[in-house]
Design a protein around this ligand. Sequence first.
Ligand code: NAP
Length: 306
Amino acid sequence: MVGKTKVALVGIGKIAKDQHVPSIATSDEWDLAATVSREGTVEGAPAYTDIDTMLAENPDIGVVSLCLPPVPRYDFAAACLRAGRHVMLEKPPGATLAECYDLGAMAADAGVVLFATWHSRMAKGVQAAKAALTGKTVESGRIDWKENVRQWHPDQDWVFEPGGMGVLDPGINALSILTEVLPNPVHLKSATLHTPSNRQTPIQAELTFTGGITASLDWLKEGQQTWEQRFTTTDGTVVHLLEGGNRCVVDGEEQKVSNLGEYPALYARMTDLVRLGKSSVDLAPMIHVSDIMTLGTRKDAPDFEW
Ligand code: NAP
């Protein structure tokens, strides 16, 4: 029997604990063999505070999964690629596009796999929506992505610093689904970025794309959280993704969806990529975010405090 693949997790914070650790623990294919974090640890896994030491002392760990915020992530990714390890990047894949292209080139040079993950693309209903839109022409679409930053990013000041993306941090999840399901590419026409006067990144955003696509992103939504996308095609088909893409309704009919959760699906995909020796670095969602930051009109919003 082939043994489990050893993986190291780097950046033991909210998403590592909420999703990566349980997905690895319940997998038949993965073994959490080390962690690297200044403070965070996972019971049962050898804990390091320095990436170079972990890499040097564990030549048998072939895969490193980086769960750090985007700004500090590049140096860690580069160290792992230089050491000949396959790398998984949390979304967004970097702080800038140039960084991501650089990591892609480094992985190709080193002959290792780089997987820029988009967890929302693995939501259970996304492939059903993609199938329903394939071969059709979308004439309009509406995204409503409204959640509570205090619930999902408690006290994480990095989200409001340059590179943290503000409401585009969850917004890029919506854009990762959009760019997966749309049969034709679209591009940004305008954006309004409501930015707290005491912060660097937006807390609400209104977006208009070509192809009749509009989006409203809100990070101050309390109570029921809303993560929905609805598309209408020229032949009158209506495709509705709900619950972050985990439900898909076409013309009022609930569709059969995948039964694998987002993070188990990401690790299953990484298993396939490593087996195939193939990288997956689709930067389309990040290009939209970059365009939004380039073209967006800033509107002052009230100060934000946790
Ligand atoms: P987080 O808890 O604030 O950060 C993760 C860990 O990274 C921290 O615990 C910290 O560990 C380490 N870290 C933070 N800043 C660092 C720095 N400057 N240098 C070195 N290490 C640093 O963030 P998160 O919510 O887990 O998000 C991490 C990534 O996952 C982001 O890209 C985010 O978009 C993505 N994500 C988050 C969620 C969510 O619900 N929060 C959902 C999906 C995806 P140590 O202090 O122990 O070093």
